[in-house]
Every structure is written in structure tokens, then in C-alpha cells.
Design a protein around this ligand. Sequence first.
Ligand SMILES: [Zn+2]
Length: 283
Amino acid sequence: MSDSNRIIVIVVVCIFGLGILVGVGELLFGICWLIFQPVFESIKSKRLEKVAKKSPLYQELLELNAEYEFKPVKDTFTFTTETSSKREYDDFDFDAQFGVICEKNKKDFRAYADDVEFNNKLLSQYNREYNRIKERAKPHSAEMSVLEKNKLCPVTTVTIVVQVKYHSPKFKTRLNKSNKYDISRVGVTLDHAAKMRKEYHARRRFIERERSLMTESLRYEVLRRDNFRCVICGATAEDGVLLHVDHIKPVSKGGKTEMSNLRTLCERCNRGKSDRYYEGELN
Ligand SMILES: [Zn+2]
């Protein structure tokens, strides 16, 4: 073996050896950490307990904590929907589902929203008093750790997680995605849903009323005014067509049942028009 080859072998062996040593070292360190970490923790907490016993600031904090009764609320609620097809999963409308969930749980959600609002208000007051105690502790001292550890941390925001899952029949694909909503959005969402519902019912009532106004006598008046001819192609009953009375602006789009919005159309012209309406143009 030449000298240069020997050097290469030695270098490779050294690198290997070092690697193994580092690996073994890390392993030993990990094991030691696992064994000693709880010991360190318990020593630390015992020390803090001792500090706490002697600390008048800690006693003050305990008294302060006893004065404050925050509402116990969970900070996250997850609602999961299982979809039966990939397409349904892809097209999933989170906002719409959030609306449905809000509607179903509105009583609970309103209560959670009230609870976090209550906690938020109370917390700012608590923090002011807590800071007054904290100011008197030495920075970075064990006493400061005791205070920080025993400070009250109420839930101040609730998150609604809307989750959707899909798995293919043989579980080859498992998909899931989610969207998060703050509880403060519940009110707006419910108001919006109520407004939409109101608008929908108002529109339904309008359509029913306008349709009921379409009487036989009004129909006859329109046909007579238009000389019993289709106003588009001029066809009459004598040409073998059926004449219809059409709303120029459809009722579904806000058109009223009154002479000025009615006209005679033959069946063909009426079918071609369907419920199309072009605002400000010839229709
Ligand atoms: Zn016609």
C-alpha cells in the first residue's frame, strides 16, 4: 500500500470513529436527559415551593386570584363533516358550513362569546393588579418565576374549527382540511343568515302575490290590447299558435303584474325568451 493510500484509509477510519463516538455520545446524553430531567424538574419545583412559602408577594397573588372568578370555557371546538365523494370534498364551502353550525349551536355559541367577553374585560383589570404585585419582585428571580407560574390565564378567545374529511372506499386516500373561525364571527354570521332568510321570504311573498294578480280578465285585457298577436313575430291563433301573456320583466326578477309589464307572445317566442331580462334594453 502506498503512503498516500494509507493516509486516505487512516482519515476515513478517523472520520468513521468520530461519527460513532458522536452518535454514542448523543445517545448517552439523551438517556441521561430522560433519567435526570424529571429529577431536575422536581428539584426546581421544590425550590420554587420553598420560595413561594416565604414570599409575601406570592401570598398576595393567591389572595388576588381568589377574588377573580373567570368563566371556564373551552378554547377550541371542532366540527367535522365526512364527505362521500372527492368532488364534494373539493367543493366544500367552509363559510356555508360555518353558517349551518352557528345556526345549530347558536345558544351555546352566544354563551361562549359572552363568557370570553366577560373574561377579557375582567382580565385587563386582573392584569393591572397582577402587574402591581409583579413590579415589586426582582427581575429574573425565583420569586418572579413563582408569580408567573401562578398567574391566572383564562380563555379569552374561542376558536371554531370547521373540518372536512374524505376517504376513498378502500382507505387508499385520506384527505382532510380545515378552516378556523373566531367566536366573534358568530354574531355577524347569524345576522347575515337571518337577513338572507328574511329577504328570501319577502321575495317568495312578492312572487306569490304577483302571480295571484294574473287573472283571466287581466290576461284577456292584454291579449286585446295587443290585437291577439305575438308582439315579436306577429303570429295569431289563426296561424295555429298558442298565445301566452308574458311578464316583460319576470316576476322572479322583481317584475310586477300590471299592464305596462305584460305583453302577448306566441309559445315559440315565449319559450325562446324564458326568464331572461336585460335591464335597460329591448326585451
Ligand atoms: Zn312569436
